[in-house]
Design a protein around this ligand. Sequence first.
Ligand code: GLC
Length: 742
Amino acid sequence: MTFKQKTFAIFLSIAAVFSAKAAEIPPYLDDSLPAELRIEDALSRMTLDEKIALIHAQSKFSTPGCPRLGIPEIWMSDGPHGVRVEFDWDEWKWAGWTNDSCTAMPALTCLAATFNPELAGRYGKVIGEEARFRKKDIILGPGVNIYRTPLSGRNFEYMGEDPVLASRMVVPYIQGVQSQGVSACLKHFALNNQEHDRDLVNVVVDERALNELYLPAFRAGVVDGGVWSVMGSYNRYKGTHCTHNDTLVNSILKGQWGFDGAFITDWGSAHDTREAALYGLDIEMGSWTNGLTWGKSNAYNNYYMAEPLKAMVRAGEIDEKYVDEKVRRVLRLCLRTNMNRARPWGSMHTDEHLALAREVSRQGIVLLKNEKRTLPLKAASARRIAVIGENAVKSLTMGGGSSELKPRTEISPLAGLTERFGADNVVFSLGYASGDPDYSRELPSPYDADSLRRAALEAARQADIVLFIGGLNKNYRQDCEGDDRLTYDLPFGQNELIADLAKVNPNIAVIIVSGNAVAMPWADKVPAIVQSWYLGSMGGAALADIISGDANPSGKLPFSIPYKLDDCAAHAFGERGYPGVDGNVYYDEGLLVGYRWHDTKRIPARFPFGHGLSYTDFKYSGLKTDRKEYSPADTITVTMRLENTGSVAGAESVQFYASQKSPRLSRPARELKAFAKTSLRPGENTEVEVRIPAAELAYFDDSQHRWVLDPDEFTIHAGSSSTDLRGKASFRIKSPNSLAIK
Ligand code: GLC
């Protein structure tokens, strides 16, 4: 025991003697006592059997607690966008309950595209309220793995390619969830940037990219967000599974960052008892599964941290203190959740939840291109609207893997557009069809593609305007967990169909629904393109809000859209860069992921990170910093003036990128350091201000294993995207030498 724990033990025994309630309520159940004291008391009462039981699963999504002491079971559920259905006790099979539908919130790529942290906080609160109502103690999300390749099956569950965007958005999400007495579970720690070979792939990445790109959002979630649980990833780092990895878990997560919560496996990501015991794993779930399918029935006693660990402790091969530390963290999680008598009671599928789902969708949809003022679609000119494409009607809350949802409401794009413009003005044609959603295989489409295509072209011919609604979906090898896309192209013959539709009717808007970038060979042939997302329950209504102009689009791309796959860093180094060779994937691009790659290598993206148009226009002016010189301990106040010079109200997310003049180590051309979303009425202008701690201009020096800030000249650029830069201001960081910070 540490000195602190011994002190607690002594205090505990004194408290027990004098506490008038000693006979009635044992300290570990006494809310008036400090949490750490209660934890020590509970721990002191537990047998080894009870401790071991507490740290591994008893069913697909629960752990047993300690029945004798009245310490509750912990119940978990996916996922980041809503509370998943109930499963059978020990099967990957829906339990068939009728009270387990939910509000399906938009996917996290959409939330990230809002560039609105305040919205993320409200989003998290909805998730927390619905998880609490469903009696869940942990919601298994959010995911903040960096978007490295547009092929990755799970990018739709994450927050894009930039660590500052992901960090600013994930903190309020976590705080929103946990305000309801439910633990968020930050995942997948770490380096889960592809699904292909996810169970085993060993990520080879330099320490600088790890610290500057792949870890910051996790660090923010722990240090700023105070997340109560973190989930380990399936893959390996330095040859060891991330779920029990001394460097990642003991040194960084629990050591440097001071994480005091519970570190949980991904389902089936534990592989070794000794490593699990010594390298920081606290709760083992889902062993002998791949997280989506198969598993040995009721094998819970065989889990790595079950009988095998007990035997090693009894044999003196593992010190029981390692088990005690795990139990402390599980008990701390209980005190924060299911033993917290003051937590709220939650709610489900309220009007407020649905309204927020719609607002996040409205603010996340990105207008990529809009020539000839094709959009918004004014009712007067919209007599005959041809809605074409399977994503206008296909449920996109199903499938995709563990983030699948059973929504109580799901308004399709076709339903939303029909409601908004009137059934007499809207015709629908499927245009193309995919197979049914399936986690592990691609199912053929049941329809004749040519007949679908002919019918769509005829509908387009007769229409005033065509709204093509396609993209990816949640089928296997689309936007789906467990594996990755095999091509950057749109599936199911959409590219050819879009090109043909544009020929028969040039008045066409293409709406891509996806969680990833796709190739757009037809982009120059259509006047309008919208990047939409998996929008969940209110998606169709929100899309109609944007198409009709009832809402002005304000979303910004959370990832770059390259012209072709080879223009993407992960695909510039052959198979070793993706999907890897001989079980290793090499992040040779280092820091240069996404816009960092495009801007530094001067390889233009078709649509850059941070890009998003509006139905109005904004003027930037007067960018300046409050001083010309700063010390590393200072905060830089950046101000500029933003004016709505158009004819409708709108919101703009001004992005602030930093560049260093003469860095000692090479740095990306520019790096996002702050952003601010501002709503303005026509003709209105306002001052936009952001504060950037000088320390956030530092880089991680591999050779010194620490953050360093050089005395040098820096420039802040204000941008409407990572390439549409509309102002800059320079200043100096003065310090005697390169300062180590953080
Ligand atoms: C899955 C996913 C993880 C999910 C868990 C439980 O394999 O990787 O995100 O929370 O298993 O379903």
